[in-house]
Design a protein around this ligand. Structure first.
Ligand code: DX5
Ligand code: ZN
Length: 223
């Protein structure tokens, strides 16, 4: 199966008062990663549905929404209904992850299942075809600018091996501490969609940084 290499910059550390302009600076990206936090599931709070709706209305870059919130069963479908291309919720927070994924897909969105660094993939392996993406968090969720946890690499590898065995078309996303230094290891372990916040937005030229990340991931990717 042809696995695409995709870059999804996170605007968490961009200028949140001028999102349209900030997303304009990453027009070469495959997705824009939008981190929704509720100060319950993680100790930080960002923005919610009204802001995501405005982003959807004002940019052409497809939205990759990462919900770091409690009760995603209640809140996630509205993001899909609003037109987000991809909606990812946390396994630790969902009551019925398969039912929720089916609901998101029925709304036309890709459905993503996110795992904190200490959450195993094992209990989800037989359910992989129910999802379009597994997000392996490579930092503890909540803040940008943290350093990549290399202990998550074996989980990425086990997930990629299980996807290959099942023949399902499921992407593996990594999020947290992804930079030119760390992206190769994640791609080599089997990740194919890369969130990068500070690496892209602290670069002088975000478009050039996206190209460099894409190139490093493509060179290292092993399915
Ligand atoms: C953190 C968020 C990430 C964050 C990544 O919990 O989910 O998307 O923006 O930021 P960096 O790339 O700076 O680690
Ligand atoms: Zn994120």
């Amino acid at each position: 199966m042809d696995v695409p290499i995709l870059i999804s910059p996170s605007v968490l550390n961009a200028d949140l008062a001028d999102l349209t302009r900030e997303i304009g600076r990453i027009s070469s990206a495959d997705y824009v990663h939008l981190d929704v936090m509720d100060n319950h599931f993680v100790p930080n709070m960002t923005f919610g549905l009204p802001v995501v709706e405005r982003v959807l209305a004002t940019t052409d870059v497809p939205a990759d929404v990462h919900l770091m919130i409690d009760a995603p069963d209640t809140w996630a479908p509205a993001f899909a209904e609003a037109g987000a291309a991809s909606v990812t919720f946390h396994a630790e927070a969902a009551t019925a992850p398969v039912r929720l994924a089916r609901e998101l897909r029925a709304q036309g969105a890709r459905a993503g299942l996110a795992l904190r660094p200490a959450t195993g993939i094992e209990s989800y392996l037989d359910l992989l075809p129910e999802f379009d993406m597994v997000l392996v968090m490579t930092v503890e969720p909540g803040f940008g600018g943290q350093s990549f946890i290399t202990g998550t690499l074996p989980k990425i590898r086990r997930t990629r091996d299980a996807i290959t065995r099942s023949g399902a078309d499921v992407w593996i996303q990594v999020d947290g501490g992804v930079s030119r230094e760390t992206i190769g290891a994640a791609a080599e372990a089997g990740a194919n969609i890369f969130v990068a916040g500070s690496a892209v937005y602290s670069a002088e030229d975000p478009v050039e940084e996206i190209a460099a990340l894409r190139e490093a991931a493509t060179a290292a990717f092993r399915p």
